[in-house]
Design a protein around this ligand. Structure first.
Ligand code: TRP
Ligand code: SF4
Length: 404
């Protein structure tokens, strides 16, 4: 059971540095990040160590990919004023937590990850039977747990990793959340809240423990959240005490799936670099226009007079994403009756894509021309992330009796 505290409103997500991003990243991930940054405390980072698990034989490409990707994030509206942006390896605490978690993570959990076998099959040309690659999901767990994140926006393919992260956190809390004098310390912490709040806490705890009153549990958690004068450690002790268990050190995060529509590629398959069907965010408008103009349509429309079916046409997928109802009606009707030509049909899509990318390209140019600014943003974000990571790691060390 996860417990909610202020810090748990935190959102963490990472992306491997794959270089310049495309429309699929924008619609599938970045728009969601931009929205989240306005309502939550967000940490977005470049997972450069994760890139190393598959690119260990050619790490020299990683650096350029990092800066290209960060520029694209910024160009898409990720704001350093609203979110922390950083590079994983600039916060070495991730590595220490990964190591400590590796001590308690059963091999089977990693071996059974669907991504483990899938990726090995997919990237056959690489030797991925390495220790680092097996540990990929656990490094990801450390990335999330070190910030005590409440939510992790990820794609469907990453949900298994977040599930494992929850299991690792549970196991950690179970193993190390027990203090020999837990009950006495919890009682001491209650006393620190003052008479009135202490009584409220006790009553709600009792209602939950004795009658399973979920509402009481919720109210008690909110009460703890609002306490200014108790320490982080005491708060966690009391959160754990509420449920009768031990102290909760690493909260279990939730996967946040986006309901963003799948971005179609130029060929109708999902847009992905490996299919070569992408539109890069910073692509030259003339190149984009040509790519869209020449993209395939319903093969039944050989001649202008042949009627077509939008359902069989990749261009229709773009209309679904970019066009309003009246344009869509015009397409449906004109395609089926051969009243419009494909060139005509593509015009509004071309216009919409170019209009969408124009401000992005312009902002990217600004950041590109000022690499010092981008580096400062990352330096600041990394420092801020590190402050939190250090705190968690201190607690983890203490819980594991490693604070000598
Ligand atoms: N594995 C993720 C991906 O391929 C990237 C990633 C690394 C990540 N660490 C993370 C995502 C932590 C979310 C949280 O997309
Ligand atoms: Fe596709 Fe439009 Fe041509 Fe119909 S008219 S086949 S929807 S491009």
């Amino acid at each position: 059971m996860t417990t909610l505290t202020n810090s748990q409103q935190r959102i963490v997500s990472g992306m491997r540095p794959t270089g310049r991003l495309h429309l699929g990243h924008y619609h599938g991930v970045l728009r969601n990040w931009v929205e989240l940054q306005n309502s939550h405390e967000c940490f977005f980072f470049v997972a450069d160590w994760h890139a190393l698990t598959t690119h260990y034989d050619d790490p020299s490409v990683i650096e350029q990919n990092i800066w290209d990707m960060v520029v694209d994030w910024l160009a898409c509206g990720i704001s350093p004023g609203a979110a922390r942006l950083f590079i994983q390896s600039r916060v070495p605490e991730h590595a220490e937590l990964h190591l400590l978690l590796s001590m308690i993570t059963p091999l089977g959990w990693l071996e059974r990850m669907p991504t483990y076998k899938d990726q090995q099959e997919k990237l056959r040309e690489k030797d991925l039977s390495t220790y680092g690659f097996l540990g990929y999901p656990l490094l990801q767990s450390a990335d999330v747990l070190i910030y005590k994140a409440a939510g992790v926006p990820v794609g469907e393919d990453q949900v298994a990793h977040i599930e494992m992260t929850r299991e690792v956190a549970r196991r950690f809390n179970h193993l190390y959340g027990r203090e020999p004098d837990f009950e006495a310390r919890a009682e001491e912490a209650i006393a620190k809240m003052g008479k009135k709040n202490a009584r409220l806490y006790r009553n709600h705890r009792k209602a939950y423990l004795e009658k399973g009153d979920q509402e009481a549990l919720k109210v008690a958690r909110a009460l703890l959240e609002s306490q200014q004068n108790i320490s982080v450690g005491d708060r966690e002790r009391l959160l754990g005490y509420l449920e009768g268990s031990g102290k909760m050190i690493l909260p279990e995060p939730m996967a946040l799936l986006t309901d963003a529509p799948k971005m179609p590629g130029l060929d109708g398959q999902k847009m992905s670099k490996s299919y070569g069907n992408t539109v890069a965010l910073r692509e030259d408008p003339a190149v984009i226009e040509k790519a869209l103009r020449t993209m395939p349509t319903d093969p039944a429309r050989v001649r202008l007079t042949d009627p077509g079916d939008p359902e069989k046409c990749p261009v229709w997928q773009f209309h679904l994403l970019y066009s309003d109802q009246s344009t869509r009606d015009w397409v449906r009707e004109g395609c089926a009756s051969a009243g419009i030509g494909c060139v005509q049909c593509k015009a509004p899509v071309i216009e919409a894509v170019l209009a969408e990318l124009k401000p992005i390209r312009e902002r990217a140019e600004e950041y590109e021309s000022d690499p010092g600014l981008v580096k400062r943003i990352i330096a600041e974000g990394s420092e801020a992330a590190r402050d939190i990571a250090r705190e968690t790691l201190d607690e983890v060390r203490r819980a594991m009796s490693l604070n000598y």
